[in-house]
Ligand binder design. Sequence first.
Ligand SMILES: N[C@@H](CCC(=O)N[C@@H](CS)C(=O)NCC(=O)O)C(=O)O
Length: 305
Amino acid sequence: MADLILHHYPMSPFSEKIRAMLGYTGLSWQSVTTREMPPRPMLAQLAGGYRKIPVAQIGADIFCDSRTIAAEIAALSNKPELALENGTSEMQAYVAEVDLQIFFACMFAASTPTLNRKVWKAMSALDIGRFIWDRINLGRKARVRAVSPRQAKPRVKQHLADVEQRLSDNFLFGSVPTHADFSTYHSLWFVHELAESPLLRDYPRTLAWMERMKAFGHGIRTDITAQQALDAARQCTPRNIPEAHRLDPMVDRDVSIAPSDYGCEPTDGVLAGATAATWIVARQDPELGTLHLHFPKTGFTLKPR
Ligand SMILES: N[C@@H](CCC(=O)N[C@@H](CS)C(=O)NCC(=O)O)C(=O)O
């Protein structure tokens, strides 16, 4: 089977969630580095209107959102605990909070001179301007209320106290890492590794756990170009959808699907299938042919067109 291709950029926390998962599982994968903000025309050929990062690809199957990517990694590595839908309802509620409110709190709390220096080193002045403008608009159009910048640090400290208390074993929900560990790791990675903020200083178990997570590395990565990723999609047909996943009454209808929190740009297509946790939307691209885009049901709204 074709390797998983990850479309991502270095400073993206949700990409780090997936890179760390790839490290933990030891899978080999191909990497396409994207810009930090749209336009990303080559990625848009694969993912339609979906504008968030990361996106993963296996041939002509495209996985939007770290949840569907994680489920794919879980299947490839035979580690079902990495797929959030296999977690308990307590774990799912924990991850929902961590991947939304804690993520935003960490982004606000991580504003340090070190982070600014790294950003200035990685991006041109023009791109920094475009990035700030893009994120202002992303926030303005968001359908969820994030924690305010002033509340961010106390909220992160409260979260750290919770993580510290949960870590009675090596990982958050027991002796092996689950989806919840990677969700918790990516935002704290941004604060601790990227911004080098001292916020984690008073949480020794959390710091030791961060080291364990970091030690997984990023797996076996090969860099490819966006054009090579498009070629891979063109040369493949999407994998077969079993009849059991074509029973939803919306199957074969024109649909529009979009995140319901932020970055709510829709992707149009035809519903090709549905599982308990995902929607599969078929898109036709004039150059690439048929693509199947996999979205989680949680956090997305599907409408007929
Ligand atoms: N629910 C999404 C969240 C992804 C997300 O917010 N990613 C950030 C980067 S870490 C993003 O897309 N920011 C806007 C952008 O990069 O264009 C997931 O789990 O993948």
